[in-house]
Design a binder for this molecule. Structure first.
Ligand code: ZN
Length: 180
């Protein structure tokens, strides 16, 4: 009897150690950079989400950012927006079709729109976000007929670490006495 949970056509899992997968290795390494930005955001008392924008061909990091909505008093200062804006400014053009975006949390609708407008090649996110996410939840922005650029999407990279960071942040916020 075949395994009913197996993907159709998927190769049998190798016995013992899995084969090295260069893209998965690189995704983890770059997500670790985004995670460091999320940790830095938490230290600034911002919602801990981090992002890095990477030149796909070389893996070179063009921009890295964490949330700055409190510091900048700007509701649009999400990590993804800041990284896209910084890279586009550096490049001197508004589209980044040769770039990949790594972000620790599933992007919201605003960020999904910006990712599409920037023509980003691929989005790699960490923790799924059933409440505010707009890639695999809610509006599913890239699946709409009005979306004219759909990046490739990989979710769940370092998902547990990013979820734990968010949980710890919001738990600490709830336990803190309200500000006067
Ligand atoms: Zn966002």
């Amino acid at each position: 009897m075949t395994d009913p949970t197996a993907e159709p056509g998927a190769a049998a899992p190798p016995s013992g150690r899995s084969e090295p997968n260069p893209q998965a290795e690189r995704d983890r390494a770059l997500m670790a950079r985004a995670f460091a930005e999320a940790e830095a955001a938490a230290a600034r008392d911002e919602v801990p989400v981090g992002a890095v924008l990477v030149e796909a061909a070389t893996g070179r990091v063009l921009a890295a950012a964490g949330n700055r909505t409190e510091a900048d008093a700007d509701p649009s200062a999400h990590a993804e927006i800041l990284a896209i804006r910084a890279a586009a400014t550096t490049r001197g053009r508004p589209r980044l079709p040769d770039c990949d975006l790594y972000v620790t949390l599933e992007p919201c609708a605003m960020c999904a729109a910006a990712i599409s407008f920037a023509r980003i090649r691929r989005v790699i996110y960490g923790t799924p976000d059933p409440k505010m996410g707009a890639v695999d939840h809610g509006p599913r922005f890239f699946a709409q007929p009005t979306c004219h650029h759909r990046p490739a999407v990989t979710g769940g990279v370092m998902a547990e670490a990013s979820a734990a960071l968010l949980r710890a942040f919001f738990r600490a916020k709830r336990q803190r006495p309200p500000e006067p």
